[in-house]
Design a protein around this ligand. Sequence first.
Ligand code: FES
Length: 145
Amino acid sequence: MGREALEAAIADYLGKPVQKREEGRVICKCFDVTDDKIRRVAWENHLTTVEDVSNFTKAGGGCGECKSEIEKILAELWSVKEAPAPSLPRKLTNLQKIALIQEIIETDIRPLLQADNGDMELIDIDSNRVLVSLRVCAADVPHLM
Ligand code: FES
């Protein structure tokens, strides 16, 4: 209601004709409320029940004959389409895990560590735990010499 009043006031201020009713099929004859208005108001205000729609638009608040139509509109509006199940990562064998981790260490991690006179070595893989050895060049750390 407030939005319509504001839109009407703006249209009046701009000298434009005031739009009396939204487009669409009249669902509630008692209050002249269309399906487009019900969808818009329900969407904008996250309305999920006929009572909510009645509170915002008055639709359904008179004789009540339109309530089933409003329910259908809400059901259609909020129906959640099943998203396809995300593809699960394939289960890797231990050898595949080792090869993948070793590749990441060699290509992504070791070059960065070596650039700072460090290094890294893969020691073991236990289920989802990866054991590595980090090394620092002793010449760069005076207290290690
Ligand atoms: S038609 Fe909607 S309340 Fe009467």
